[in-house]
Unconditional design. Structure first.
Length: 224
């Protein structure tokens, strides 16, 4: 039986899984569809991934690896604020490369322990600025959660670059809202559904300002 599975390898399956994700979205990415695309029976896929969640864990791990590989070289002289801004912008750019990339990425399990080096370096950047370990973890996780959450919402409205989800058509939204009764909700549509790049950066800057306001403890570092 093993000979039946040997032509497949994990990376080949992942490549086709990403292709299906980009074509039809996360919900329709199934192991059965993946097997059909590869011209094999479903057990051939289960040999490498026990279920869809494990497949998603490996896909998310690959995306995280890409984000780390494409990050700027570590610069000890860079302020933590500039580092944080680059971290968020780089993660968003990587997630946007894939249809529903952020939704696929969220809630997954890191499958490559070597990638913890990236987390360690990020925490060390904050610690070197004087933040304690708890402050560093809260700060990093807040940057991460804002970025992933923002992109989930962004990709709900924009399925792919230039492909807007018709459910989020701005004109239809405005037509549904009573402008006189809910003027602010009406005006918010223009902000919600246009200019994602600028709004993301504004949100990142607000998040950084909030982290800065937590005032690193005297002495700081990893011992706090």
């Amino acid at each position: 039986m093993l000979d039946f599975f040997m032509p497949l390898d994990q990376q080949l399956i992942l490549n086709h899984a990403f292709a299906i994700l980009n074509e039809v979205g996360l919900e329709r990415l199934t192991l059965r569809r993946l097997a059909s695309r590869l011209g094999v029976q479903a057990p051939a896929i289960y040999w490498h991934f026990k279920n869809k969640q494990e497949l998603l864990d490996y896909m998310a791990t690959q995306v995280f690896r890409e984000a780390l590989q494409e990050a700027p070289p570590f610069d000890a002289q860079q302020t933590w604020q500039d580092w944080a801004r680059e971290y968020c912008l780089g993660l968003r750019a990587t997630l946007l490369r894939y249809r529903e990339g952020a939704k696929m990425f969220s809630g997954t399990y890191l499958m490559d322990n070597a990638l913890y080096a990236g987390m360690d370096a990020s925490l060390r950047k904050l610690a070197s600025a004087g933040f304690g370990i708890r402050q560093s973890v809260v700060g990093l996780s807040t940057l991460y959660c804002f970025t992933v959450g923002f992109v989930i919402e962004e990709q709900a409205a924009m399925l792919a670059p230039g492909e807007r989800n018709p459910q989020y058509d701005l004109a239809q939204r405005q037509a549904r809202i009573d402008k006189e009764e809910y003027p602010l909700a009406y005006a918010a549509g223009e902000v919600f559904f246009t200019g994602h790049d600028a709004r993301f950066l504004e949100g990142v800057n607000l998040t950084i300002a909030g982290i800065a306001a937590s005032e690193p403890l005297a002495g700081g570092g990893l011992t706090k």
